[in-house]
Ligand binder design. Structure first.
Ligand SMILES: Nc1nc2c(ncn2[C@@H]2O[C@H](COP(=O)(O)OP(=O)(O)OP(=O)(O)O)[C@@H](O)[C@H]2O)c(=O)[nH]1
Length: 598
């Protein structure tokens, strides 16, 4: 294909505005896939995606389009995720594209992710084509959506604003035409030395690392020797090819193309997404600018259930390769043994990774209660220490002061829901910074501790706004926080994995609720076990997990005094022996912390 007839573009939108449906329709109209195949959504093929009905990973597909002007075009499109936790995936896809279709749901209009993704596309110098989708829906307000698009960028008045239904197929032909008339062909020279951007990757147990590349300059054939520029690693292109959407081998990839390279690299850490690939013998002079590494916001421990630490290690290594925003390192807990401390972009991201471990690797992991990273300033030390694991939170006597991460949170809401949304943000220690109108929507800017919004805030916001309000967050700064560590002792022994950090004001409520929840989820033993929540050395709350059998001391059975005393003696010996001994920690115990009403 001539480079002039290639178009590389992304489809971007707010969650659920119809990206995957439009992608399916494009593949159908270009005969990339048959009608029968396209009955099921083709691109969201990860089990987690089907379960939640959302895109988690970006997908790439090559289509051939016979245009009205008689020319044939190669369309490489990248379907991207819409959930706020996966913005990082979107920015990678955009770096590999020259243009973007910005999809707006006619029943919802411009929403927070629409704005954010539009800005990302502009930052990557992409040509953006607005497309209003779902015009078939009863609740569609096409004109209003159009006005909102124009208030996003007045320049849209100069170009077409398409109105389609991805569901019924209405006006999809216009979309296919506008792509080649509006989005520029890639610029790049086939003669120059090879320069390819690795914009994504995947791990295959047999084939090793598969790099997803956009060829900027030059060309490459199978079996050529290549160089990964970041770590000067030499690799062989075992196979090169394109996505149809399945991988199909091709003789070569040339400037402008999007495709894959099977590298055979077996070490999942050997390749970094954002790296530049070049020819080993004739390298290009300078690497492409890489991506900003993603910044983890939420941390939690993953521990194997049973004796499969090695399986878990391999699985997290491979997942981290497929999802570069997921980070991990090994940690040990007295209560749980060896595991991993993992970093995520948000709680939904955590949930997705956990489900992927289950679905793709058959691993059921124990997940400890999530937390954020604290900067702890010690009394006798000038430099603060970063704590992302409550087990390591220093003793209160040594702590001078603590700082916590604040988010810049942008909440977009309908005017009539303003009251409930502001109340929710207030309950979560949000400080209102700015408030502005965007069409009929109100955009609120908050400074709000990540610890307050990292867990369930998004769901609560959806619930108070009946699904309409949207949330975008980014890291703002560290700020002083009056937080304390809660330790949990079961049967007088500290259970390190159950430690967590909360604001001092919440201590009384949280500890009471916690011990009462733990009473029902800690597996019972033959003797009663006290559960204590301890803050700064003081027991703040306590309950007893009842014994499996009746307690001799409180048993109502009629027994002689001496028999009862003998029973009590035996019971107390058991109890003393049992203190310190292992207690089991099923997942429900950690969920009890996660579900606390903070
Ligand atoms: N009425 C109507 N519904 C549509 C149309 N396009 C998509 N939908 C529906 O909208 C919902 C979301 O569509 P998806 O294509 O999964 O949305 P998405 O943007 O890919 O979602 P994420 O991948 O999770 O970001 C589905 O229930 C679709 O059937 C349309 O043109 N009209």
């Amino acid at each position: 294909m001539k480079i002039n007839n290639i178009r590389n573009f992304a489809i971007i939108a707010h969650i659920d505005h119809g990206k995957s449906t439009l992608a399916d329709r494009i593949m159908e109209l270009t005969n990339t896939v048959s009608q029968r195949e396209s009955q099921a959504q083709l691109l969201d093929d990860l089990a987690v995606e089907q379960a939640h009905g959302v895109t988690v990973k970006s997908r790439t597909v090559r289509n051939y389009y016979q245009a009205d002007n008689g020319e044939e075009y190669e369309y490489n499109f990248i379907d991207t995720p819409g959930h706020v936790d996966f913005t990082y995936e979107v920015s990678k896809s955009l770096a590999a594209s020259d243009g973007a279709l910005l999809l707006v749901d006619a029943t919802k209009g411009v929403q927070a992710q629409t704005v954010a993704n539009f800005r990302l596309a502009k930052a990557n110098n992409l040509v953006v084509i607005p497309v209003i989708n779902k015009i078939d829906a009863q609740a569609a307000e096409v004109e209003r959506a159009e006005q909102e698009i124009l208030s996003l960028d007045a320049e849209f008045a100069n170009g077409p604003i398409l109105k389609i239904s991805a569901k019924t197929g209405l006006n999809i032909h216009d979309v296919l035409e506008v792509i080649h008339t509006t989005i520029p062909a890639p610029t790049g020279s086939r003669q120059a030395p090879l320069k390819a951007l690795v914009f994504d990757s995947q791990y295959d147990s047999f084939k090793g690392i598969i790099a997803y590349v956009r060829i900027i300059n030059g060309q490459l054939k199978a079996n050529e020797d290549l160089l990964l520029m970041a770590n000067q690693q030499r690799v062989n292109a075992n196979e090169v090819g394109i996505f149809t959407p399945q991988r199909v081998a091709a003789p070569n990839l040339v400037a402008g193309d999007v495709g894959y390279i099977i590298t055979g690299l077996k070490d999942p850490k050997a390749l970094r997404v954002g790296d530049t690939l070049t020819n080993y013998a004739q390298p290009t002079a300078a690497a492409l600018p890489g991506y900003e590494p993603a910044k983890s916001v939420v941390f939690a421990g993953f521990y194997p259930k049973g004796d499969n630490f090695n399986d878990l290690q391999l699985a997290v290594e491979k997942l981290a390769l497929n999802d570069t925003s997921f980070e991990y390192h090994q940690e040990n807990s007295d209560a749980l043994g060896a595991g991993f401390r993992c970093g995520f972009l948000g709680i939904f991201h955590l949930q997705i990774i956990r489900e992927r471990l289950q679905n793709e690797y058959g691993l059921d992991v124990l997940t400890t209660a999530p937390n954020v990273t604290y900067n702890v300033h010690l009394k006798n030390q000038s430099e603060p220490i970063m704590i992302n694991n409550p087990i390591r939170f220093p003793d209160f006597a040594a702590v001078d002061y603590v700082e916590e991460p604040l988010a810049q949170a942008t909440i977009t809401t309908q005017a009539d829901l303003l009251g409930s949304v502001m109340k929710l943000a207030d309950q979560h220690r949000g400080q209102l910074v700015d408030m502005a109108n965007q069409g009929e929507l109100i955009v609120l800017e908050y400074r709000i501790p990540f610890a307050e919004i990292a867990y369930d805030f998004f769901n609560q916001l959806k619930s108070v706004s009946h699904g309409y309000a949207t949330l975008m967050t980014e890291f703002a700064e560290y700020d002083l926080a009056d937080v304390v560590k809660i330790e949990v002792h079961v049967n007088y022994a500290k259970v390190d994995a159950l430690s967590f950090v909360v604001h001092r004001d919440d201590v009384a409520n949280v500890t009471q609720e916690l011990v009462h929840k733990l009473k029902y989820v800690i597996p019972r033993k033959l003797y009663p076990m006290p559960v204590q929540a301890i803050v700064e050395g003081k027991v703040i709350a306590r309950v007893d997990v009842p014994p499996l059998r009746k307690n001799a001391a409180v048993s109502g059975d009629k027994k002689s005094i001496s028999k009862k005393q003998a029973l009590l003696r035996r019971q107390s010996v058991n109890q003393r022996q049992a203190a310190q001994s292992d207690i089991e920690l099923p997942q429900e115990v950690f969920n009890a912390i996660l579900e606390l009403e903070k």
